[in-house]
Design a protein. Sequence first.
Length: 242
Amino acid sequence: MSPARGRALIFAVIALVGAVIAAASFTSREPVPLPPRAAAERPRLLLLTSLPLLFSEDFSLSGGGSAALTRLQTRYNVVPISVTEPRELAKGRLLLMAHPLAQPAEDLVALDEWVRRGGRVLLLADPMLEWPSKRPLGDPLRPPPMFMDTGLLSHWGLRLDAPEARRPAVRSLGGFHIVTVSPGALSGTCSISNDRLVAHCRVGKGEATIVADADFLNSDRLGSRASHNLDGLLAELASLER
């Protein structure tokens, strides 16, 4: 091989390597956070939660309004509900269940039927909640230490396992890297993410997305590393709107 051809081959290899690196960098780049919507364009989002998202833990208006609620309200008309009974579910077609209290059997049946008729639900089911609380253990107003599954997940073909260790972990949600705290692991017949944090399930005419962590909503406590936590939440909700 002549020196000229050798140099040309080296330059071609360098160019190819550079293109591969650039492509890898582009494909690994996180998506752009979703922009706010005009108030008139915000669809209704039902919210059922045991977490202090709407008010502070002592129900003080001065300390109310979590960062998660503030972000949700940039894109949705948030409507709190207390149970998944038919009258409450009839208020909308998109539901965020953020580490909810255990629902009565008849309300779980109503939730399943609502989804099968076309409802969309994002369920944050945390098997080891690390959210700090001033309330003593056993207080009915304290968020439960784990998601109280009474058969709903298995009915949808899923299993939720507790974490092997209690520590923060980086996971993927809605295309964003987020910081979770002691996340669980999902398995089953739905579409499961590689890190086992998220399951996407078709349920009749509707959809259910299950996330094995809820602590990621407490983004203020998790610091700057969790800057995309709420972006991931909004991205998953947006995917349910399609």
